[in-house]
Ligand binder design. Structure first.
Ligand SMILES: Cc1cc2nc3c(=O)[nH]c(=O)nc-3n(C[C@H](O)[C@H](O)[C@H](O)COP(=O)(O)OP(=O)(O)OC[C@H]3O[C@@H](n4cnc5c(N)ncnc54)[C@H](O)[C@@H]3O)c2cc1C
Length: 608
């Protein structure tokens, strides 16, 4: 478990602030946040191709189903399961991927694993009577489990894989959505569910000369095993005579460094900003884990984790990891009764400093070379960048065949031979972009990758041009019979454990469709009043954190150095990241009341 934080007796707030700002400024360079639009980029569009399963030719499908779910990741599978429980027969998942899994289909890089405890991250463990084999499961196990859930609820036979939805349009005359795809399909459906992902758009930087590189290159979310050999859990045998350049040291980059270090002839790790790497503490599941688990144990464990993250009292910390220690501590700094705001802010800064010092000391303990130690040390406040946890990443730098290249301002360029940093050419055979994904707050209409056209020909992009407008972050006026799985930036809440939010969203959709079907409702839409009230509640609880976040090192979390651009309408239900428990209570009470409050309903004339 994470140890005690070192003394902060020598803490000098002015000096720490100055150091953090200096480190931030090194990284605040023009165009640092520029990215390529992979959907439109002629040269790099191939990066999106599926390297895992061949695309099989098929005829276009033209038919009618009860529901189309766009996306077959955790969210889509859970929505499908709940809709099946609600009695729907024809459920069609459509996904660009060649199978179920979403994130876990695409991300098969070596070492990929969840960073939230698997007993709360893998969904429906009780229904499937499954206990993950490790505290933090590897990607293959997560993928296998999601496939098992999809099989259990018979979601695969009707699915269309390797199929991108290009347009969804509401047809008022027949009260159906028409879903068009890049395979020429037109599927008509009564209910349309968006489960398109939160980190589904790969991010590629715009480094001058990238196109000129003559070697092999790919993104971690489309790992090229044909080139590297091996597999997610096997040595990368094809790299024994290859020099590899890895760009990026965020959550994906750090997970694939240890296996790359073991297999490559030489590995260059190009780092713009170091992540804070806490202890992972992974271990096989205790053989006694399942003994004595009470029914509903998974929901209780998720709640326990969530309560700690939100600073609520609990009797015991069931998960007991870096999230419940460091993350929760920084999020919930205690405020003494007599503390002034200035005193409180100072104590929050000091606590943060202690935690970051622990991380910096850990590097000194694990990495032998003092030059590497200094480059790996994160100098910013803990929540400026998504925290990472790993047991082998830091020690991988003790391998003489691993070179860490510090490039806070980014790379100068990439030539035919490889990256150039500080005037030095690094010759590599292969470049791997561990550069992550477009941020979660990317608007839904962009993440969805298709045009969504509602009543009167108005698109969601037009309607949400000035920010989201919804009821519960899951339905939007003018888009009848449409549900959106809740996600950050969309008037719902943010959770460290995304699965908990997906479970709630799926239960809500299943419950709501069940009620609508029972009442014989042909069409529902959100009332203007209900949407205004929900949106106003979101705006009213918005907390402008840009003063703190602008002092951060630029990252996805602070909008790459521009936290002031956050639109309050794209905020959460409750202050800050939102109040999970209040949000869930609202949704559950709404379902329990059964009155479909806030919806305008068109009931079938034949309904009993
Ligand atoms: C490597 C990695 C590790 C992660 N670990 C954690 C973790 O430990 N804990 C955590 O809470 N979160 C984690 N996340 C975040 C993760 O994305 C979510 O936990 C979760 O998997 C998202 O599920 P989803 O179903 O919402 O989206 P996704 O899994 O992204 O699935 C969305 C699917 O929609 C498809 N799609 C989108 N648009 C279209 C379209 N127009 N047509 C057809 N298909 C479309 C995509 O192809 C994709 O398969 C991790 C993310 C990554 C990348």
């Amino acid at each position: 478990m994470p140890g005690p934080h070192p003394t902060t007796a020598s803490y000098d707030p002015e000096a720490v602030r100055a150091k953090y700002l200096a480190e931030r400024d090194k990284r605040l360079v023009p165009n640092r946040a520029d990215i390529r639009d992979l959907r439109a980029d002629e040269h790099f569009a191939r990066y999106r191709d599926d390297p895992f399963k061949p695309v099989i030719e098929r005829d276009p499908v033209v038919d009618d189903v009860d529901v189309v779910i766009v996306g077959g990741g955790i969210a889509g599978v859970l929505a499908g399961a709940q809709l099946r429980k609600a009695g729907l027969e024809r459920i069609r998942i459509v996904d660009q991927a060649g199978g179920i899994g979403g994130t876990w289909y695409w991300n098969r890089y070596p070492g990929v694993m969840c960073d939230v405890e698997s007993y709360i991250y893998l969904p429906m463990l009780e229904e499937l009577d499954y206990i993950p084999t490790q505290r933090y499961a590897l990607g293959g196990e997560i993928l296998g489990h999601l496939e098992a859930v999809a099989d259990r609820f018979d979601l695969v036979a009707d699915a269309l894989f390797h199929t991108g939805v290009t347009r969804a349009e509401w047809h008022e005359d027949v009260a159906r959505w028409w879903i068009s795809t890049d395979r020429g399909d037109v599927v008509r459906c009564r209910w349309y569910v968006l489960a398109v992902g939160i980190l589904n758009l790969m991010k590629l930087p715009t480094i001058p000369g990238m196109e000129d590189f003559a070697g092999r290159s790919f993104h971690t979310a489309r790992w090229d095993y044909e080139y590297t050999g091996g597999g997610p859990e096997e040595p990368l045998t094809g790299l024994s005579d290859k020099v590899v350049g890895l760009i990026g040291t965020g959550a994906s980059g750090i997970q694939c460094v240890p296996p790359l270090a073991k297999s490559a002839k030489h590995l260059y790790v190009f780092q713009r900003t170091p992540s804070a790497i806490g202890e992972r503490g992974n271990r096989p599941t205790d053989p006694d884990f399942a003994d004595g688990l009470e029914p509903n144990w998974q929901r209780a464990r998720m709640d326990n984790f969530q309560a700690i993250v939100l600073g609520r009292p609990v009797e015991v910390d069931q998960v007991d990891d870096g999230w419940t220690h460091d993350y929760a501590a920084v999020q919930n700094v205690p405020r003494g009764k007599d503390m002034t705001m200035a005193e409180y802010l100072r104590s929050a800064e000091e606590l943060d400093y202690g935690i970051m010092e622990t991380h910096r000391h850990r590097i000194e303990e694990l990495v032998a070379d003092p030059a590497k130690v200094e480059i790996l040390k994160p100098y910013y406040r803990y929540l400026c960048k998504r925290p990472c946890f790993h047991d082998e990443y830091l020690s991988a730098f003790n391998n003489p065949d691993v070179t860490l290249v510090d490039c806070p301002a980014g790379m100068e360029r990439i030539t035919r031979k490889g990256p150039v940093v500080n005037g030095r050419q690094y010759e590599v055979d292969c470049i791997i972009y561990g550069t992550g994904f477009e941020r979660e707050l990317t608007p839904l209409f962009r993440r969805a990758g298709h045009e969504i056209v509602g009543r009167g020909g108005v698109s969601l992009a037009e309607k949400w041009a000035d920010g989201a407008a919804s009821l519960f972050g899951m339905m939007s006026r003018g888009f009848p019979n449409m549900f959106v799985m809740p996600a950050p930036g969309q008037q719902a809440v943010v959770t460290v454990n995304y699965t908990q939010l997906a479970v709630l969203g799926a239960e809500f959709i299943g419950g709501a469709v069940g009620l609508l079907e029972q009442r014989g409702v042909e069409v529902f839409d959100v009332s203007a009043k209900a949407e205004e009230a929900w949106t106003q509640a979101i705006v009213d609880s918005f907390v402008d954190s840009s003063a703190v976040m602008s002092a951060c090192t630029p990252s996805r979390i602070n909008n790459e150095g521009h936290p002031e651009l956050t639109n309050p309408r794209n905020g959460n239900y409750g202050r800050g990241f939102g109040d999970w428990f209040a949000y869930r209570e609202r949704l559950e009470q709404w379902l329990e009341a059964g009155s479909l409050e806030g919806l305008e309903l068109e009931v079938r004339s034949t309904a009993s």
